[in-house]
Ligand binder design. Structure first.
Ligand code: ADP
Ligand code: MG
Length: 320
């Protein structure tokens, strides 16, 4: 597939908006959005056309808890709707923070601006994930409450390793970004586009061709790869709270991977060096991106986003 070296897709981790241990106040959300916007605008200044995706784990958790606590007065809404809410919430913050940063830098006229889109991502009805829900979402319950909810709502509830009982939902593999054509047009026209937020709103396609939202969550890094590949970006950058992908992570002989070929990384992946649900999907997304024809995939620290893109920090994955 054709690749555009000047197109870049940046995936921002959950910590881009809510730093661990910091309360999720409006002020903190803005502070963090401006920090991310600064990195993005530095990259735009280098002449790149930028698409952005972001996680939504803490925010979707917050919405589910709001709904849980007010359920006697306001009927709780479905999870796909909660996902859509987070795309609007975080998309708005980034959109305005980027736009204002462009104004401050005096380059608001050289780009169209930033725009966030509400975005659906197709998953398969036959995905094995439906048989094995793994992703913890929403409030923590006692065993009794959990049993009642399981019966009332048909939820699957499991004990959470962090304590208490929680709902688990499947995390199916993303197949297609439904609105990718619109994202592409916007980027070509010079917009900085925020898309596929939270991995996208998961939808399935019915026999008659219609779409329908489902109760699941999609990994944002894997959905980011689907978008990056469909857009034909040359570079896919995953920014998180660690400075790269490590082998033997957390052990005395841990070692950060600097430049690694896709085959070598795949070998480490199969050996189980990267935790499922955190570094695992990032590494898998990077592998898929290169195998699908991408030039460079990077994994690095959000605070060093600019250096990561310059190749001065983080892990760089390249073709063999
Ligand atoms: P994000 O919100 O950015 O998606 P995650 O928590 O999902 O962040 O993933 C980043 C985390 O992955 C790091 O904080 C780190 O503790 C963990 N991790 C697990 N295995 C590894 C590894 N092999 N190398 C580096 N980090 C790892
Ligand atoms: Mg993650």
């Amino acid at each position: 597939m054709e690749r555009n070296e000047k197109y870049i897709l940046i995936a921002l981790g959950g910590n881009a908006f809510q730093t661990k241990g910091e309360p999720g106040t409006t002020e903190n959300y803005w502070k963090n959005a401006y920090r991310a916007a600064n990195t993005i605008v530095r990259i735009v200044k280098e002449g790149y056309k930028v698409a952005i995706t972001h996680g939504n784990g803490p925010q979707v958790g917050t919405i589910l808890e709001w709904m849980e606590r007010s359920k006697d007065r306001i009927p709780p809404l479905a999870m796909d709707i909660a996902g859509a809410m987070t795309q609007g919430w975080l998309g708005y913050l980034l959109m305005q923070a980027i736009d204002n940063t462009l104004v401050k830098e005096g380059i608001r006229d050289s780009v169209k601006g930033a725009v966030a889109i509400v975005n659906q991502v197709l998953v398969s009805k036959d995905d094995p994930a439906w048989q094995n829900p793994t992703k913890y979402v929403g409030s923590y319950y006692t065993k009794e409450e959990a049993e009642r909810l399981a019966k009332e709502k048909g939820w699957i509830i499991k004990p959470d390793p962090r304590g208490g009982y929680r709902r688990v939902v499947p995390s199916p593999d993303p197949k297609e970004n439904i609105e990718v054509g619109a994202v592409k047009k916007l980027i070509e026209e010079g917009w900085i586009v925020i898309a596929s937020g939270g991995g996208g709103i998961p939808v399935i396609r019915n026999e008659d061709g219609t779409l329908q939202g489902v109760e699941a969550v999609i990994d944002k890094d894997l959905a980011g790869e689907v978008l990056a590949t469909a857009l034909g970006v040359g570079t896919f950058v995953i920014l998180t709270d660690v400075d790269g992908a490590y082998i033997n992570y957390g052990k005395p002989d841990q070692k950060k991977l600097d430049v690694v070929t896709v085959s070598e990384l795949e070998k480490y992946y199969k050996e189980g060096h990267f935790k499922p649900g955190s570094m695992g999907p990032k590494v898998l997304a990077a592998i898929r991106f290169i195998k699908h024809g991408g030039r460079k995939a990077m994994i690095g620290h959000l605070q060093k986003g600019y250096e990561v893109i310059k190749g001065e920090s983080g892990t760089i994955v390249v073709p063999d």
